[in-house]
Design a protein around this ligand. Structure first.
Ligand SMILES: [Zn+2]
Ligand SMILES: [Zn+2]
Length: 314
């Protein structure tokens, strides 16, 4: 009985001694595991961060390239998009799948619209999902794409029933297509738009506030450089891809420059030279505003009162 009791006591003591030892053992194993996991986790997190950074850096040029391809296709086929946002989201998501298909990366474009604060930018929202071992990361991002140096499909779409428009690096040369187009709309004095010109690419006018255009050198420079301006009435870039010259979004507008006329003081009443007026179903007229006179020629644009005021009462 005593022996047994003693034996029991020894056993219990051994057991009591063993418990702390095993706790230490478990702690060491756990520490090892967690050290490994932390190391692996941080390696993967670093890789994921590098990958995310790369994707974000490439995003702007990928989207811009798709915009260029889309616009060129619209101009060549003279066919507008039915829904530019939907079309671009699909095109870009298809492209993203091709680029990242083998890398456990899913890039999804979720929204494309004209930046309501800057009509020379397109706002693109997208998510990046990356999976690496047990780590999953999801990130939402916004990218702003400049529409500068993209071409405007509206002149090509509006005059598509006539001969294809000629252009060089900067300028569309209408020859007789625009005159025919305006004559078809039964408008007055269409002959001034014979050999008219307008921008081929979108370039933002640097002369802000726009009332500076009152200065003849500034308006002359603006017309020579074929600049575009912010506009409440002119269509935004995404709506232009759908063949619309007006839209409810914050948009852009440019001048379509009539040919020069022989110097005289007569007033010309003709369709206003603003692109979204010329290409709208309901065009309205304006008066000639002369900005240069040389070699017995008068250089002018036609503006209505509201637009004349916008550009500084030219
Ligand atoms: Zn300007
Ligand atoms: Zn729009």
């Amino acid at each position: 009985m005593k022996k047994n009791q003693k034996g029991y006591i020894i056993n219990a003591t051994t057991l009591l001694l063993l418990i702390p030892l095993s706790i230490i053992g478990i702690t060491i194993i756990n520490q090892n595991n967690s050290i490994n996991e932390t190391t692996v986790h941080s390696i993967h997190s670093k890789t994921i961060n590098y990958q995310t950074k790369d994707i974000k850096q490439n995003m702007n040029s990928e989207i811009k390239e798709t915009l260029i391809q889309t616009t060129n296709k619209i101009i060549t086929t003279k066919t507008p998009l039915k829904n530019s946002t939907e079309y671009l989201i699909n095109e870009l998501n298809r492209k993203m799948k091709e680029i990242y298909k083998t890398k456990n990366i899913i890039v999804t474009i979720t929204d494309i619209k004209t930046n309501p604060d800057d009509s020379f930018q397109i706002k693109v929202q997208y998510t990046i999902k990356i999976e690496k071992e047990r780590i999953k990361q999801e990130e939402e991002n916004t990218e702003y794409i400049d529409i500068e140096k993209l071409s405007d499909p509206i002149p090509h779409l509006e005059t598509k029933q006539y001969e294809t428009l000629k252009h060089d690096q900067n300028t569309i040369k209408y020859e007789n297509q625009l005159q025919k187009y305006l004559k078809n709309k039964k408008l007055n004095n269409t002959e001034i738009y014979q050999n008219a010109t307008s921008p081929y690419y979108i370039t933002k006018c640097p002369y802000t506030p726009y009332t500076q255009h009152k200065n003849k050198n500034i308006i002359k420079n603006c017309l020579q450089n074929k600049y575009y301006h912010e506009s409440k009435d002119g269509a935004c870039y995404l709506c232009r891809l759908e063949g619309k010259s007006n839209c409810p979004h914050y948009g852009i507008e440019t001048f379509i420059q009539p040919n020069s006329i022989e110097l005289n003081n007569t007033t010309i009443n003709a369709t206003c030279s603003i692109d979204h007026v010329i290409f709208n179903e309901n065009s309205y007229p304006g008066e000639n505003k002369t900005y240069a006179e040389y070699n017995n020629s008068s250089y002018y644009i036609i503006l209505d009162n509201a637009h004349s005021k916008k550009y500084g009462t030219i």
